[in-house]
Design a binder for this molecule. Sequence first.
Ligand code: HEM
Length: 507
Amino acid sequence: MNSTLVLQYLLTYSGLILLLVLSGIYLYFQFSFTYWKRKGFSYIKPKFPLGNNNCIGLGAFSYGIETLDWYRQLKERGLKFGGAWNWANPVLVISDPEYVKDILVKDFSYFTDRDFFHNPIDDPKNENLFVVEKDEWRYMRQHLSHTFTSAKMKMMCPGVLKCTEPLLDYMNQCAACGKDIDAKDIMSAYTIDVIGSNIFGLELGTFKAEDSKFREIGREIFRISVMKGVKTIMTRVSEGLARTMGISILPGDITDAFSEIVKDTIDYRINNNIKRQDFMQMVIDLYMETKNSERQFTLNHLIANVIVFFIAGFDTSATTLHFALYELALHQNLQDKAREEIDRILKKYNGDLTYEAVQEMTYIRQILDETLRLYPPLNVVARVAVKPYKLKNTDLWLEKGSRVVIPVIGFQKDPEYFPEPERFDPERFSAENKSIIPSYVYLPFGEGPRICIGMRFGRMQSAIGLIQILKNFKITLSPLTQTPIKPKRGVFIMLPDDRIYIKAEKI
Ligand code: HEM
């Protein structure tokens, strides 16, 4: 049969073909929706075609706040876990801390992988610690874990503090003319500067350069677009097909821009025999040390992890800080209490904000802990079963490849563990109250061997930013901010629907 004839047939029967394809898709979804019943699990009833997602969620799927609804539905029915669907993809949702412990810690060997699309063949420069699996992850984590020890934090502390200078300069200018300040924008510029100088070893000057390359990359990564949404849908419908189509985690130009920066930095340091006390140096050393060994920390590993430390490092802390400023602007009494602690401890350290002084500011830590409870930047922690797994005290088995969702936001807003959960109350994390919070219900950094590697760094850069702001300014809410804020749906990280604007008054 020649091609003209085939085309003629296709045109004649195109309506029929379309009907068959749509019917096929519909039947496939309906069959998928029987998955948890067939396995003997309780489940939340799905709807065609979104499953249990309640928005198209082009940016994310289950990684949104809809997992809070799932958690509540399971709890209401007295269930410790239950099935749900992201579109046609079944996921097991956990609603009991004992099972969280099993999955993240006790039986970690069954759940070593995170449920996150990656494409090792076409996108090797994004094979980073966040996405790699099994043995590859173990190797990488082992080599990178020493980059964030307390000793390293202490060493990096002065560098982080220096990055608050442009932030304070900018806020001074705004205070002088009463300008409204976009809280997320300034906190992102600050954390980009911090990551830039402590990871890349570059003075980025993000505040002065509105069009700075890093600021633009930062904005681009989290910008929602139809193209990105379509890509996400592809990866969710079929990871294999998405890989065959060469879909990558980040747009190629962003990966290329980072590769260039990394290669230039390595060349500059090696050619000029320059060694700095930063993260980049640690990974360059690792790359050089393992160059001739059987198992290498390759240049691609190096680039991939620099990229992920930039992405994971700046936005999570900026998000936390901007929500903290919002809550403190609403609660002047808490702001005063924080300022009183800052003044008292700084006096003890002769006005120097040293690493030790930051550690002693326990109320600042409480404010950040409570902010991370109410607004966890990552709403869920996800794992994949790498081998069949029997759930404790049941006859139920998870198949190899099953996806598990731990709704961090569900646990952290559960009145059983956090009474009056919508109330911002840093006292929950005071020394005496903290001990009554059950284990595995407070998970802003995840838990177990795959817990956030940058937790100490994230806490430190957030604390230093907040201390410097409160020491110098009284923060109030701008009338431009819509209250109460509502969380944005369908995005990967926790964001408010509208932007948060504040006003700063020099103290
Ligand atoms: C407030 C700040 C931060 C928050 C709330 C946060 C949150 C998280 C969460 C929830 C996870 C998943 C943990 C799990 O699956 O159990 C994670 C993983 C990770 N985070 Fe963070 N993070 C923060 C800061 C940082 C910083 C500053 C860096 C790096 C500079 C970083 C790098 C990473 C990496 C590389 C992983 C993957 C770890 C692995 O799979 O072994 N994060 N983070």
